[in-house]
Write a protein that binds this ligand. Sequence first.
Ligand code: FAD
Ligand code: MLT
Ligand code: ZN
Length: 470
Amino acid sequence: MTSPEFLHACCEVLGPMHVLTAPEDMAPYLTDWRGRFTGNAAAVLRPADTLQVAAIVALCAEAKVPLVPQGGNTGLVLGSVPDGAGNAVVLSLKRMNRIRAIDLVNNTITVEAGSILEEVQNAASKADRLFPLSLAAEGSCTIGGNLATNAGGTAVLRYGSMRDLCLGLEVVTADGKVWDGLRGLRKDNTGYDLRNLFIGAEGTLGIITAAVLKLFPQPRAQVTALVGLNTPEDAQRLLAMAQATCASGLTGFELMSAFSVALVARHFPQMRTGFQDAHAQYVLLEISDSESEAHATAMLEAVVEEAMEGAVVCDAVVASSIAQSRALWSLREHITLAQAAEGKHVKHDVSVPISSIAEFIGQTDTLLQRAFPGCRMVTFGHLGDGNLHYNVSAPETMADETFILHQEAINRIVHDSAVRFGGSISAEHGLGMLKRDEIRRYKSDVELGLMMAIKKALDPHQLMNPGKVL
Ligand code: FAD
Ligand code: MLT
Ligand code: ZN
């Protein structure tokens, strides 16, 4: 339990302005992005630097106060909000937003955990480099949250997830010590991989305070096309064609079902595909090129022409300006917002081998329609890396509130199906509180046992983001 003495000690470390205890001040930190859950906390603490984080964690360790690290609070699995008990503190890293260094020869940027992703992208761009992590929440999510969830996004098929983009970390451990692992090395085989233990741990093993991230050359040109197709099988075929022609030049390959696009058009009427006819599926392709815009466009047009000749694609538009390309991306990035505006739905973040995507969609759609006739599929996502947001909305005749009561049965159908195809029930969002119990069904006792052993070793008093992941 937090005592007045504990809160007083926090004020001594942070200054009283950065120890929030009034309900109205704490409120924005206690509810998740989707508005699905509101927790409770003893205080929200806002440190300004790593030493302050270390001092606060040490105080928590001494007083046995649980800690919930929080970045932009855009996570989708209830990882960044406290439970309802009210005995935890939320540790908001958002004041720690400095860019500490850029090394243009090593191609790295060192940033603090509370840095907003978009600001890191902009800093890289100013230095004529690319930081490639890209996702619709980039204007508000933080590097610490991106690392803690091993975020993916829309450029994974070329650049990988956050784990692939990070070379070094600074972490405050559960007993309040600082591990300075801020190395900018591409090769370092000196024992256990601590960095990759903290990445993806969702704050359950320690607090990430800074990171060394990889930078890449800026592409000379990026061109985008939107195509309409009849089936997910055709989308899978198109991916193979695009990869054969463009190789690593293919930097985006996003699937959107007809209903996903219709939802965006309903809630954001200015966003349209530009096609005269609707199609069952859409794919957004992006090609990045180190030669020239003309070269990139020629490559993309070659893919689209081949696909149209082979009847893989029914309709296509290649963006002819940056504005048009942004508009196409905007359509894709507004699906989550449109779904949120539409009402409650059941969300999934599955991955299966790319070769099984179409079959997964076909079989799972059939199972869901059998169980919930008329349910509407908001299937979209990162087809290029086998990751689908396979979301399910109520049939038109059923209220969202009634439909949502079936969430467990829907999860069972979708997750069992993904696992049958050798897939995962969480590709890029993590487990948080939302999928903590669910994962127990799918991981072996051996795997869960190893995870528990790591948790016990690094956080023996179970104070780091308790109730999440495990
Ligand atoms: P938070 O939500 O604050 O926290 C997420 C988790 O990380 C929590 O468990 C928290 O405790 C922990 N954490 C936060 N900071 C730290 C830290 N410094 N040290 C230790 N633990 C910490 N995700 C994707 O992967 N790909 C997408 O394409 C994508 N698109 C999205 C689109 C929208 C519209 C939204 C709302 C979300 C999307 N997400 C996506 C999910 C989310 O934005 C990402 O998971 C993001 O990386 C979370 O960052 P955050 O700073 O908001 O973290
Ligand atoms: C996305 O790819 O847009 C996301 O991960 C967000 C979502 O799943 O809604
Ligand atoms: Zn996603």
